[in-house]
Structure formats: structure tokens, C-alpha cells
Design a protein around this ligand. Structure first.
Ligand code: TNX
Length: 505
């Protein structure tokens, strides 16, 4: 068998063999099939090549592409793809067909003779059902068009969940009808005093629908009980006075940032100073209303209630709060998701999903906190910060990003294994998520420089079989480099990291 790394694909498929030749793509090409993926393929080929294939009627000739669904072709989200004298993608379902289309687009090549598809035989399906990216729209706000672009660029790597971090100390980003002052008073600013913004319910619906059309489920997060200063700007009675800690004071001084003042917008990015009032019943009325409205806006199963870095809340109060907050999500008919600290509380709702953001070698109580979700019948999403955090700098001199979890070059982002991080059953790992925190990024182009190419490493870790021979750095770096022409055609501002041999075309 020909080594698959001769195929320029990321994530590497479960099984793939390269053919010897090319299928020319000409302006006579037709795309057969009536699934939405057919129209998406026609548009994407045109963006990339300038050639717009015609919709076909099902009678194929050489050079045509056929898309169809056959539930027996692969497991859910899987597909088979054959490129010979013509091309055929068979999806197990609509998502599988969509992913087959993404693979086909990576096989497109431009040479002196013109455009063609590399011949190949592929059979593919994901390792993990949860393949996520997270965007922090609280520290800096990103509008609907930016989010749509993020959905396009990450779903092309076969990610299927978009986690939106909708609230933090610096701003509240989602319209909640029952608590209107959240957006009226707490949405207009961002970190560093940059402008803010928020999603109306119509905006949010557009995001959810656009994501669904790219087979992505939106996971909304309201961060509680800490990271809640902005709630107090709108509703002072819900939040305690800021709790200063030594690290916050030292960091604020170093960064030249102001300290938080109760009731005023917070423009720094220090953490751990805010807490909702744990012993006021009104706090739970608030949580219940917000969760109910979010659940109404959310077709997907999950609502994320945060729980990280609540240093302004005592452990006893924290445990009490997260037990109630996770129960409120269950009452609203959704599955709670929470950062791993929440696993410290004995009484979290059964089935709560934990998101582990510790290191690949867990420190302190992190592993035990994570394991508690599994003991309570839940599962884990892995986001180890020293490899999967997209907001860590590549190198000390990189203009954007932070460095608290380490410098993360592309190789570091690539070389980790989800099943080796925590001592839990393999089937307790729901999947992998790559978060982008936006303290230092103001625009989507800045976000993209941190995200690409490292998000492609997380895509492969989440999708490809653990033991695929090509699941190795030397293969990955060549394959990811071959995506450059595709990313350029899609106007993605990837960082041209020196570790990668980037293809010209
Ligand atoms: C830690 S990760 C945080 C965020 C910051 C991030 C910056 C996590 C659950 N909390 O509040 O934005 O570090 O990397």
C-alpha cells in the first residue's frame, strides 16, 4: 500500500490509499446529488479554482463528482471517497457527506496543466464524537460574520462543536429577555477598553443555524460563579464586592491594568476576583432564567456553566453553588458541562460533563476533580492547556497570546494523546476541545494567526485513529503545509510557522 502521507490530508483518514494519477477538473465538471453538501462543494470549488461545476442529473461521465448517502457505508459522520476517472463520495449521513466533501477539497491541486483531484481510495470515520473549538467572545467580541467564518474554517477540519464563552468579567454577550440590563449595561466594553457588542436572539439563531448547516453544535457557556463582574455592573445585587488577591494585584500592576471596581466595567484581564452571591435565592432565579432562555435557543444537548478560577468564592460556597447550577441545567432538559474545578463538589448533577484544562501531566487536585465527573456518570472533554490552548504564544516573541501554560509550537500542539492524560476509562472521554481565549486578540485575523495551523493538530488528535502510521509529526508537518493554498483561498490568516514546509500551490 502507498503511504497515505503522500495524500495531503488533515486530519489523516482512518484508511486511505493514494492512486497513481489525477482526475482533471475542467469547466465541464458536474456535481451529482441533491444534498446541501453538493451545493457547498460547488461553491467551494469555485472559490478555490474559479471553475464552477454544474449540478448534474445523476448520469455521470469522467471528470464528474457524485455525492450520495448510504447509512451502511460507514459509521455515523463517516464516509467513503473514491477518485478514479470520476469521483464519488458516499456519506453514512449528511455529516459524513459534508466531511467527505472537505476531504475532496484537500485533494484539489493546481499544476501547470490545470486543476485536478489526486486519485485516492478512502474510508473514514471519527475517533471521538466530540470535536470542539471554543471562542471567547467575552474578553473581545466577535460579530456574526466572524463567527460564520470561524465555523467555516474549523468545520473544514471536521470539528463538530462550537463552544461560545458568552460571559466573563469584561462583558455579557447574549440577549436575555428576563434580565435586559445584562446587555443594556454590560455589553459595550471589552478587555483593554476596546469596543464590545452582544448577540441578539436573532443573531444567535443565525449562528446556530449556520453552524448546523456545517454540522456543528453550538455549546453556550455562561461562566459562574466567578468571572461574573459584568453581571454586577448590570445587577449589583447579584454579585459580591471584588475580592482582591495578591496575584491579581501583581498582574494588574505588571500589565498596567486597573483593578476591578464594583459596578463599573472591568477592562483588565485579571481573574478570580468576582463571585455571584451564593446565599441569595435571587441568584438562583437569575441562573434559572438565563439557563431557560439559553436552552430555548439551543438545539444541541449541552449548556456550559463555567466554574473555573472561582477564587473569590469559598470552597464550601462553590460546592453548594455548582450542585445547584448543574441541577438547574438538568431541569431545563440539557446536559451540564463545566470546567474541571466543578468536579471538586460532591453534589454535581449526575451526567455532568467535565472539561479538563489542566496540564498533560495533571497537577494538584486536577486529576481527582476530573475523575469525579466520571464517577457521577458523566464524561470528559480534554483541553489540556499546555498543548490544546490556542491562545498560548508559539514563541516568546509572538505578538498575540499569553504564555502561562507554556509556549506551544506546532509540534507541541500535535504531540499529545488524549487517553494518556487522565487515569480514566477510554469510553469516558467524550472528545477534545481547543479553546481560544481572546484577552490579546481584537480581530478575527489576529485570532486566526493563533488558531491556524495549531487547530489542525487538535483536529487530527480528535478525528484520526490513535495508531494510524501517519499520526506522526514528520507526516503531519508535510500534510498541514499542503493546506496553505486552501487556507489562502479561504482568506484564513494562518501563522506561517517555520516548523512547517508550506506549499506554494
Ligand atoms: C484561564 S482556562 C481561564 C480563562 C483565561 C485563560 C487564558 C479557563 C477555564 N480559565 O479565564 O482566559 O486562562 O489562557
Amino acid at each position: 500500500m502507498v503511504l497515505t502521507h503522500s495524500l495531503p490530508l488533515v486530519p489523516v483518514p482512518a484508511s486511505a490509499a493514494a492512486g497513481d494519477g489525477r482526475m482533471p477538473l475542467t469547466d465541464a465538471a458536474r456535481v451529482h446529488g441533491d444534498s446541501p453538501a453538493a451545493a457547498q462543494l460547488i461553491d467551494a470549488i469555485e472559490r478555490r479554482t474559479g471553475i464552477r461545476p454544474f449540478p448534474g442529473d445523476g448520469t455521470t461521465k469522467p471528470g464528474d463528482i457524485t455525492l450520495r448517502i448510504d447509512p451502511t457505508a460507514a459509521k455515523s459522520e463517516g464516509y467513503t471517497l473514491h477518485v478514479g476517472d470520476r469521483a464519488e463520495i458516499v456519506g453514512a449521513d449528511e455529516a459524513g457527506l459534508f466531511y467527505g466533501v472537505q476531504t475532496l477539497l484537500q485533494l484539489l491541486r493546481e499544476e501547470d496543466q490545470g486543476w485536478s483531484l489526486l486519485q485516492a481510495d478512502i474510508s473514514d470515520a471519527p475517533r471521538f464524537g466530540y470535536r470542539g473549538v471554543m471562542l471567547d467572545v467575552a474578553r473581545h467580541f466577535f460579530g456574526v460574520d466572524d463567527i460564520k467564518k470561524y465555523i467555516d474554517s474549523t468545520s473544514a477540519l471536521k470539528f463538530n462543536h462550537l463552544h461560545l464563552h458568552l460571559s466573563d468579567d469584561q462583558g455579557w454577550r447574549i440577549q436575555i429577555d428576563s434580565w435586559p440590563l445584562l446587555t443594556e449595561r454590560s455589553s459595550s466594553t471589552s478587555a483593554n477598553g476596546d469596543p464590545g457588542g452582544f448577540y441578539t436572539k436573532d443573531d444567535y439563531q443565525q449562528i446556530v443555524e449556520y453552524a448546523a448547516s456545517r454540522h456543528m453544535i453550538v455549546v453556550p457557556e455562561i461562566d459562574l460563579p466567578g468571572h461574573t463582574h459584568a453581571i454586577g455592573v448590570a445587577y449589583p445585587e447579584l454579585v459580591e464586592a471584588p475580592v482582591m488577591n495578591d496575584e491579581l494585584i501583581a498582574d494588574s500592576e505588571r500589565l498596567g491594568q486597573p483593578l476591578p471596581v464594583a459596578g463599573e466595567s472591568y477592562l483588565g484581564w485579571g481573574v478570580g476576583h468576582s463571585s455571584v452571591r451564593i446565599h441569595e435565592e435571587r441568584t438562583y432565579d437569575f441562573v434559572r432564567d438565563v439557563v431557560r432562555e439559553l436552552a430555548e435557543m439551543t438545539p444541541g444537548p449541552y449548556i456550559h456553566v463555567g466554574g473555573d478560577e472561582s477564587h473569590g468564592t469559598s470552597q464550601q460556597d462553590f460546592d453548594h453553588f455548582v450542585a445547584r447550577a448543574t441541577a438547574i441545567v438538568v431541569e431545563a432538559g440539557k446536559v451540564p458541562v463545566a470546567w474541571h474545578e466543578v468536579g471538586a463538589a460532591a453534589g454535581i448533577a449526575e451526567g455532568t460533563v467535565g472539561q479538563y484544562w489542566g496540564m498533560t501531566v495533571p497537577q494538584g487536585s486536577h486529576a481527582a476533580e476530573a475523575a469525579h465527573f466520571v464517577e457521577r456518570g458523566g464524561a470528559l472533554i480534554l483541553s489540556p492547556a499546555n498543548v490544546a490552548y490556542l491562545d498560548m504564544k508559539y514563541s516568546a516573541d509572538f505578538p498575540f497570546g499569553l504564555a502561562w501554560a507554556g509556549l506551544v509550537d506546532v509540534r507541541t500542539a500535535y504531540e499529545w494523546e488524549p487517553a494518556s492524560v487522565l487515569d480514566i476509562r477510554d469510553d469516558a472521554i467524550l472528545g477534545v476541545e481547543a479553546p481560544l481565549w481572546s484577552e490579546t486578540t481584537r480581530t478575527m485575523a489576529e485570532v486566526e494567526q493563533l488558531v491556524f495551523p495549531r487547530v489542525a493538530a487538535q483536529a487530527e488528535i480528535a478525528w484520526s485513529p490513535k495508531d494510524a502510521p501517519e499520526r506522526a509529526w514528520e507526516s503531519f508537518r508535510v500534510r498541514v503545509g499542503s493546506l496553505a493554498p486552501l487556507w489562502k483561498a479561504e482568506d484564513i490568516a494562518y501563522h506561517p510557522a517555520a516548523e512547517i514546509p508550506w506549499s506554494e500551490r
